[in-house]
Design a protein around this ligand. Sequence first.
Ligand SMILES: [Zn+2]
Length: 380
Amino acid sequence: MSLPHPEPERPQLDPERMQIARTYGRERRRLLPLEIALSAGAFLLWWDVISNPLIAWLESQTTGFDVQVIVYVGLFAALMFVVNLPLDVYRHARSVHYGLSVQSWRSWVVDLLKGLLIGAIIGLPMLLILYHFLAAFPQTWWLWMGLVYLLLTILMTQLAPVLIMPLFLKFTPYEDDTLTPRLRALAEAAGTQVKGVFRTDLSSKTTAANAWLSGLGRTRRIVLGDTLLDEYRADEIVAVFAHEMGHQVHRDLGLGILVSSLVNVVGFLLAGLVMNWTVAEFGYSGPADLRAFPWLVLTLTGFGILTSPLLNGWSRSREWMADRYAYDHGPGSSAFADAMIRLSNQNLADPEPPAWMVWYSYSHPPVTERIRAAQAAGSP
Ligand SMILES: [Zn+2]
């Protein structure tokens, strides 16, 4: 239940906010070389200085392979985490400075710890499965690991909205006399199986607005942030909802799982080839030899860097499709443009990010392009 609120005025792009967004964008980009240098430096330190002595020490302490794997990879993950922590802290401080984040340090640290815990709960069994596959199937492990990844992604997509997201945000079923009938009509016209519309308390963390589609099967839902519901005109909310319906109609979540799983299996295959080469070249006992671990990380990271523009390009094309769906099936493209204008003023998204940055790392088209396209589409 939410109280009716007066309709705000139609939005205009705010030049002052755009200028702040440009500065904020530049500031964030400047951290990139530092981030790469820190991660690469820590990796090289691990490979060159820590890895072999650590393995020798572990082998002198225990014959338990699982323990060796957990301690070795756990320490590696801890090093990478600690090295990147100052940047994360700095980013949060700047986000608070710019008025985007409203999270206290306490709340930020609690979220960070929850994230680590979830990472460990999922990562630990995955790590053991990986190393058992590497030991048992040195030639075909990449295929089995690809399958495990696919199953895990399906399971996590299904469970995330009910098990993981509620650890960070509150979700309440959204009911409202004016909006809900319009949203329901849209969902029915699309003939979709969305199981619910939820309101979430994004304002406990941020001043930015957001909405998303999540879950699979019975957990499939559309989530609208309170930062959107309380500050946007009804037509704009319906337009954003229509965009999410577009994703649902185009089966983007399922396709996304499929595409990322296919890319992943290719990455594992490539890692398998590299591991075989290192075994022959350096006399490792097999791909499960921990001394080959840095090669595994190097191959998978390199592959991730190379495929990132591919996956993001695919994602942007799906976002454009969902935008066009919203023009045609929502209250019109000008309502959608208004929603994007409000989003642009609110979220401090860089209005003109460099083309290479969009090409490489943007999963969504820049918001100014979305506004222009919606205005050019010219439906009421
Ligand atoms: Zn979208």
